[in-house]
Design a protein around this ligand. Structure first.
Ligand code: MLT
Length: 274
């Protein structure tokens, strides 16, 4: 990953939750690998400003203020706060990207904003956090959705070589299948962008995505814990228009100031893709 751009993906739920927290006005998210490290780091922050958040086994950690459900990170709860955060896979995936030149965080909730932010990038690594060391369906679906947004970027270069590796092709096919889009027989540049013409169309695509995610292990783990709502939340395509950036030196995630408004796209219906 050294010197390249990495996009960290943990749809269920770490990156979805971090995007949501920052869109709700959190000042920053301090990323920690271990629970004890998070506790220590929190003690170095002013009491009124800090919030401890995260999970182990999908559940809120004992003594922490919040778990890892995106809906917990409301403006009332997190605006202006520094969130010290640790999760099983997502925060590890972020820390894994420490040598990348630029590290962005993606969920379906900020899909188009991330796709747009990547337009000028030459070499991109989509880093899927996965579940228990294995690739997970929802992360692969988002990787495929991002690839499908790059319709201006030829999937085949001038010399006829494919510029996507097979993993991206598999992810793109999975995404198109989940949304009932045609899968091209020949590897030509994909043209399809996400476009929702009205709110009903947006809702139906989000519902199709939610159903597709529910087939995966990550979602099944959440369903077993009764956390159905988190899957629906994570399926809200383009709910937010921010792009969080990870500063690996300071292990902190923030959004660029110009990115802060508008934070939520829902008013006036879904936002169109770039
Ligand atoms: C993780 O980072 O492992 C996930 O966000 C797990 C979870 O959803 O609780």
């Amino acid at each position: 990953l050294a010197g390249t751009t990495a996009v960290v993906i943990d749809v269920l739920r770490a990156t979805t939750t971090i995007v949501t927290a920052l869109a709700a006005g959190a000042r920053e998210v301090l990323v920690c690998r271990a629970i004890e490290e998070a506790r220590q780091r929190a003690t170095r922050l002013p009491g009124e400003r800090r919030i401890l958040g995260g999970e182990r086994g999908g559940l809120r950690i004992r003594g922490f203020d919040l778990g890892n459900s995106p809906s917990e990170f409301t403006p009332e709860r997190v605006a202006g706060k520094s969130i010290v955060f640790t999760t099983t896979n997502g925060t590890r995936a972020l820390l894994h990207c420490r040598h990348a030149k630029r590290v962005l965080l993606a969920g379906f909730v900020n899909l188009s904003a991330v796709a747009k932010a990547l337009e000028a990038e030459k070499e991109i690594h989509l880093v899927c956090a996965g579940t228990r060391g294995e690739i997970s369906r929802e992360d692969a679906l988002l990787a495929g959705a991002l690839a499908n947004c790059w319709s201006d970027r030829p999937a085949v270069d001038d010399d006829g070589w494919e510029s996507w590796n097979d993993q991206v092709w598999l992810a793109a096919d999975a995404w198109r299948e989940a949304l009932d889009l045609p899968i091209p027989r020949h590897r030509y540049p994909m043209q399809k962008r996400l476009k929702f013409h009205n709110k009903a169309e947006w809702r139906s695509e989000c519902a199709a995505l939610e159903n597709a995610m529910k087939l995966g292990q990550g979602a099944r783990d959440l369903l077993a814990l009764g956390l159905h709502d988190d899957i629906a939340f994570a399926s809200q395509i383009d709910e937010f228009s921010i792009v969080p950036v990870f500063d690996s030196k300071n292990r902190v995630v923030t959004v660029a100031p110009q990115d802060c408004a508008p934070k939520r796209n829902r008013q006036g219906g879904p936002r169109r893709s770039p």
